[in-house]
Design a protein around this ligand. Structure first.
Ligand code: HEM
Length: 373
């Protein structure tokens, strides 16, 4: 909805959407404020059952105590240690398609990659990988209207799968309690907040959050960036000639087609923003996708500039909730795209491919990205 964003920034940068009963915020400056000013814009929400116990729904100071528990597993140093394993997974996935004339970057590569990585971090053994992939897919995917699915059917399916996944993790938790391993679940089991161990629902909340927050977004980081590069073959060729541009290409991919387009908050009191007074208790939607295209902040905001510098995009959010997985997402993005450059420098978008985009207003990306190699 890039045109919609531009129109709204120009005409109604803070807008009350009656249908959704929520305030939309579009400018870079205002979005940045909504995401970080937690005294006025709170993250505490009813929440979906899956992540209701998790940090993404907490405000400081409680938020920080819990965030610190997982933060250690996500420092750049800890994440860098995963690089060899991520490269191996990328290589295995590309081995499977290398002898074909074409493949689908999403289905065959950018979708399975982050699921496998996070499954291994959590300590899901290899033989459970398929089962786990299936569950996590259903947990994160929206209603498949195209396939004739109804909202009720989707809810029922998600409910079943949530229970299965919950039971599965409960077992993993139990087994790590007896026999610790070098994985995230073991680390969380050992952790304490104010001298208290985490409860099982809290542990489950963390595990679900990592699934929900990290998989589809990383899939879309790779897919969206590849789309932006391949749409303009000369940009792709530029990158192949100068692979040193990869980190900045990824930052620009994050800005240009942000995997997370919006995040919401709830006002704690009456508050003024962008000249509009919002009442207490209102839902506010911060449009990250619009902020990242704001030409008050970015020159040539509507263009993909592969070597853009500086690039102060807020694709990973801003303030206390800044994406915990950002170092991991960047690393996975770099390794995945490096592998694509090395293996298939001649890659092209498949002629006449229909690039259909998913329907969620939050997570944005293609469902398919077929290429010839
Ligand atoms: C939070 C985006 C990948 C875990 C966030 C937020 C954004 C975001 C915008 C802020 C939410 C808010 O302000 O309410 C992204 C994007 C990704 C990505 C664009 C990929 C390109 C990951 C990965 C993981 C992860 C790989 C972990 C495996 C989290 C967690 C939070 C979070 C745990 C909550 C942090 C908190 O509430 O303190 N992410 N994310 N994300 N992300 Fe990511």
């Amino acid at each position: 909805p890039v045109d919609w964003y531009a129109e709204m920034r120009a005409n109604a940068p803070v807008y009350f959407d009656e249908e959704r009963n929520a305030y939309d915020v579009f400018s870079y400056e205002d979005v940045q404020r909504v995401l970080s000013d937690y005294a006025n814009f709170s993250s505490q929400r009813q929440g979906e059952e899956l992540t209701s116990q998790s940090i993404i729904n907490m405000d400081p100071p409680k938020h920080m105590k819990y965030r610190q528990l997982v933060a250690q597993a996500f420092t750049p140093k800890a994440i860098d240690a995963l690089a060899p394993r991520i490269s191996e997974i990328a290589k295995e996935l590309l081995d499977e398609v290398a002898d074909q004339p074409e493949f689908d970057i999403i289905r065959d590569f950018s979708y399975p990659l982050p699921v496998i990585v996070i499954a291994e971090m959590l300590g899901v053994p290899n033989q459970d990988r398929e089962k786990f992939k299936h569950w996590s897919d259903i947990v994160v995917k929206g209603v498949d209207f195209e396939a004739g699915e109804t909202i009720e059917q989707n809810l029922a399916l998600r409910h079943t799968v949530t229970q299965e996944l919950g039971a599965y993790f409960a077992e993993v938790i139990q087994s790590r309690a007896i026999e610790p391993k070098n994985d995230l679940i073991t680390a969380l089991l050992a952790a304490e907040v104010d001298g208290e161990k985490l409860t099982v629902p809290e542990l489950l909340g963390f595990a679900f959050l990592l699934l929900v927050a990290g998989n589809e977004t990383t899939t879309n980081l790779i897919g969206n960036t590849m789309q932006s590069l391949l749409e303009h073959p000369e940009i792709w060729e530029h990158l192949v000639r100068e692979p040193g541009l990869l980190p900045s290409a990824i930052e620009e991919g994050l800005r240009f087609r942000s995997p997370a387009q919006s995040m919401n908050r709830f006002t704690t009191q009456e508050v003024e923003i962008g000249g509009v007074v919002i009442p207490a208790g209102a839902e506010v939607i911060a449009w990250i996708g619009s902020a990242n295209r704001d030409d008050a902040k970015f020159v040539k905001a509507e263009q993909f500039v592969i070597d853009r510098s500086p690039n102060p995009h807020i694709a990973f959010g801003n303030g206390p909730h800044f994406c915990l997985g950002a170092p991991l997402a960047r690393l996975e993005g770099r390794i995945a795209m490096q592998a694509l450059i090395e293996r298939f420098p001649q890659m092209k978008l498949k002629q006449d491919a229909k690039l259909s985009i998913g329907l969620s207003p939050i997570v944005s990306g293609l469902k398919r990205l077929p290429v010839t190699i």
